[in-house]
Design a protein around this ligand. Structure first.
Ligand code: ATP
Length: 772
């Protein structure tokens, strides 16, 4: 009884301290919003004022107006954005070593000044900084909020109890709209007795990271701006030079880090990245899952997130290839086939076999043999086929000229040249020649060549000694389907560069001249346009980017690396991936293609080591598959444990009374069971061939549960997952064990493994692959 009374007294003291601290932060947030309103008014005034000045028209006034409109545009665009938790962090710091301030008004020193900590381990808090999604200065240019990407905010992420720098207390503030809801503190120097405004520094809660990780998942990813960890922050803020190369196991935050890095780079050098940042994602599902993160960080427009199957404008991959077809289409071997096909496609169908023209009153003719020889000569070398048409035309004219005997008519070179040029004019203005050239050397499109490859005999010719007959048959058959696969898109892109685009007059885009002057159109997205639409429009206008971020880089095939490489020939790169999750069978070949795409640029390597997604119970199970898939590699360490072990259910080896009689029924029951146990999402991962069937199994269970093929699970996460028949997933492709490793690492809370006969489950339902 007494103990209970004591506990509740402690509890209420604690609550009152918490309430007091919340109200302290509330006061600060109120100040920030008052200041933001002032700034919105200022910005609106500037815009109006600028419009008036626009009527003056002297060059000086125009330049001044442009500058004002530009600045005001930035303000309005950012301030009008309602940020859910605009202010999210605070650090309390000791006095710094040098007394220098940075441009954001904060002191720059990382290390404490000598004497900042007194001999009796007491110290004063010399500076308090609040961290938010954008920076706000008060009217005296003192920082009210520091942008999370500013150098002064780095200690919020970097400081640890082992290496605290000046930080004594790090606080995460939870708010919604204008209301502060809670605070969570981490003490970086627990040995100190630190004093702020005459009071000992209070410490609330047990860490924001765990609170963030425990939250239910929805179908869209959240930003991690309030809880970025030190090893992740090093990657996010790495200088943009050359190639930043990041490896880390499942759940180590690679995707999150890549997205935050895009926002950081834009903040750090907006002008440089006006050339656009491209984020390449493996699947449309992952694009949909991640595309809200950048807007939540205040960035829209300059970043295009595209699935690898949507990188070619106007094309969207909707089909999947079988592993053996994917292997043939994705490998370097396909490059040779495409080069042959691009040249071979000229001879298709109704390619004329005779050219007849009348020149200088004579009928001239070239026969099939002549024409073949000319085509062969024109095609020498590797120049793009469509760009060789002028050369072929010239060779045709030479041959006709020879036939005409015109060369013998004059010995005077000047007269001979004149005669030749009037001969050429005669011939090339004749309809029969124009029609012939159009049919004999047509402008080829990537689609027409790929469609030509759907003919097995033809493909067999072009792929002789490159693909085996079985591959030829399967690839040709796959190209006869309606629609394109992810691997077809890389082939289409390659063909575009093998064929080349003949120069045409450029179409002008209608732009407001004022927008072009100020760059304002980049900053003020039109309201009706969604992030995706805007990204698509920008991508259409761009073929190359200033920075390219490749997520799940381990999965790119050589042909895909070539496609992505063409979009970043002059770019800096961030490449994130995990070799252990690669679904590409020939890892060495892909590495060669990657190195070719990245060129000889120097690389800065990072390794992420902590798994923030899976609880230890799930991570341990997945590690068994990792040991089979890549013996000797180490799993990232899980940051938390839930006490809930993975559950095993066998369709034919039920325990006790309940013997499930079919896979469909069992999976449905298990998905339903998990829906009852978690608040968020449930993912049912099956082998690719079962995707459609599995979606039917789940009919009527609601939109918190989804079925997905093993390859579609890349990068995604769910509160709970059902992994169906590990053996089936593992046997589906040469990289099957690594694909299974991906499937097993998608859950943030609970995992159920359903086995079928081929899994050879033991009496507890544990499949052979997952036993010790
Ligand atoms: N510092 C962090 N604070 C809060 N959550 C985090 C942090 N880092 C990562 N997470 C969360 O952990 C989960 C995994 O992150 P993410 O998807 O970026 O990992 P990944 O390395 O790309 O995984 P995979 O290789 O399996 O695709 C996400 O829910 C992410 O929000």
């Amino acid at each position: 009884m007494a103990a209970q009374a004591h506990q509740s007294a402690v509890g209420s003291v604690h609550d009152s301290v918490r309430d007091r601290e919340i109200s302290v932060e509330q006061e600060h947030l109120d100040r920030v919003y008052r200041r933001l309103e002032e700034k919105i008014h200022e910005a609106e005034f500037l815009m109006n004022d600028a419009a008036k000045r626009g009527q003056v028209g002297t060059p000086g006034a125009l330049a001044e107006r442009d500058a004002q409109v530009f600045r005001a545009g930035i303000h309005l665009n950012r301030l009008n954005n309602e940020f859910e938790d605009f202010l999210f962090g605070r650090i309390d710091l000791l006095l710094g070593k040098d007394g220098k301030k940075g441009p954001d008004g904060a002191y720059t020193a990382v290390e404490p000044a000598d004497g900042a900590v007194r001999d009796d381990s007491t110290a004063d808090i010399a500076e308090t900084l609040h961290i938010g999604r954008i920076g706000v200065l008060d009217s005296d240019y003192a920082p009210l909020v520091i942008d999370w990407r500013a150098p002064a905010a780095a200690p919020f992420y970097r400081s640890t109890p082992v290496d605290p720098g000046r930080v004594v207390r790090r606080r995460v503030i939870r708010s919604k709209g204008r209301r502060v809801l809670g605070v969570e503190d981490d003490l970086m120097r627990p040995e100190l007795k630190a004093v702020l405004d005459g009071h000992e520094l209070p410490v609330i809660g047990d860490g924001a990271l765990m609170a963030a990780l425990g939250q239910a998942r929805s179908h869209t990813m959240r930003d991690i701006v309030a809880s970025i960890q030190a090893e992740q922050d090093l990657v996010i803020r790495a200088p943009a030079a050359s190639v930043t190369y990041v490896e880390g196991g499942p759940g180590t935050g690679k995707t999150a880090v890549a997205l935050h890095r895009a926002a950081y780079l834009l903040y750090q050098d907006r002008r440089r990245y006006a050339g656009g940042i491209l984020i390449v994602s493996p699947t449309p599902l992952l694009v949909a899952y991640t595309e809200g993160v950048l807007p939540s960080l205040g960035e829209e427009g300059q970043v295009a997130i595209r699935a690898i199957g949507s990188l070619v404008d106007g094309m969207e991959a909707t089909l999947y290839d079988s592993p053996s077809v994917a292997r043939a289409k994705g490998s370097y071997r396909m490059l040779k086939v495409l080069r042959k096909a691009a040249r071979g496609a000229l001879e298709l169908n109704d390619s004329p076999t005779r050219l007849r023209v009348v020149a200088f009153g004579r009928r001239l003719e070239l026969e099939a043999d002549d024409l073949n020889r000319i085509r062969h000569n024109a095609l020498g070398g590797t120049a793009p086929v469509n760009l060789l048409r002028p050369r072929a035309r010239k060779l045709l004219l030479d041959a006709l000229w020879d036939r005409s005997g015109g060369a013998d008519r004059h010995t005077d070179p000047e007269l001979a040249a004149e005669l030749r040029s009037s001969f050429d004019e005669d011939v090339t203005s004749e309809d029969s020649f124009i029609d012939f050239l159009g049919a004999w050397w047509p402008e080829l499109t990537p689609k027409s060549v790929l469609t030509a490859m759907a003919d097995e005999r033809r493909l067999g010719r072009w792929a002789r000694r490159i693909l085996n007959p079985g591959e030829v048959r399967k690839v040709a058959r796959s190209l006869r389907r309606d629609g394109w696969s992810v691997h077809d898109i890389a082939m289409l892109d390659e063909l575009q560069s093998v064929l080349g685009t003949p120069a045409r007059p450029r179409k002008r885009r209608d732009l407001d001249p004022l927008d072009q002057l100020t760059g304002l159109e980049e900053l003020m997205p039109v309201r009706e346009e969604s992030q995706r639409e805007r990204a698509e429009r920008l991508a259409q206008e761009r073929t190359e980017y200033a920075h390219v971020i490749v997520d799940e880089a381990q999965d790119l095939t050589p042909m895909q690396w070539r496609m992505v490489g063409r979009r970043g020939r002059h770019a800096t790169w961030t490449v994130v991936g995990d070799p252990a999750q690669s679904s590409w069978s020939d890892v060495d070949e892909a590495a060669e293609a990657r190195d070719e795409a990245l060129g000889s640029r120097p690389r800065r390597r990072f390794q992420l080591t902590v798994n923030y997604r899976n609880p230890a119970e799930i991570a341990e199970l997945a590690a068994k598959v990792l040991a089979l898939a890549m013996p000797g590699s180490t799993s990232p360490s899980a940051v938390r444990s839930t006490g809930v072990e993975p559950r095993f259910v066998a369709t034919n080896h039920g325990r006790g009374t309940a013997v499930p009689d079919s896979l469909a029924k069992t999976v449905r029951e298990e998905a339903g069971r998990l829906l009852d146990r978690v608040d968020g999402t449930v993912g049912v991962v099956v082998a690719m061939q079962r995707r459609e069937e599995a979606a039917r199994w789940l009919t009527g269970l609601g939109d918190r549960v989804v079925a997905l093929g093993s390859l579609e699970a890349k990068g995604l996460e769910y509160d709970a997952t059902v992994v169906v028949s590990p053996a089936e997933i593992a046997d589906e492709s040469p990289a099957g064990l690594r694909v299974l490793y991906v499937a097993l690492t998608r859950a943030t809370q609970q995992l159920t493994v359903v086995s079928a006969d081929r899994d050879e489950p033991d009496a507890q339902g544990v499949p052979d692959l997952l036993r010790d």
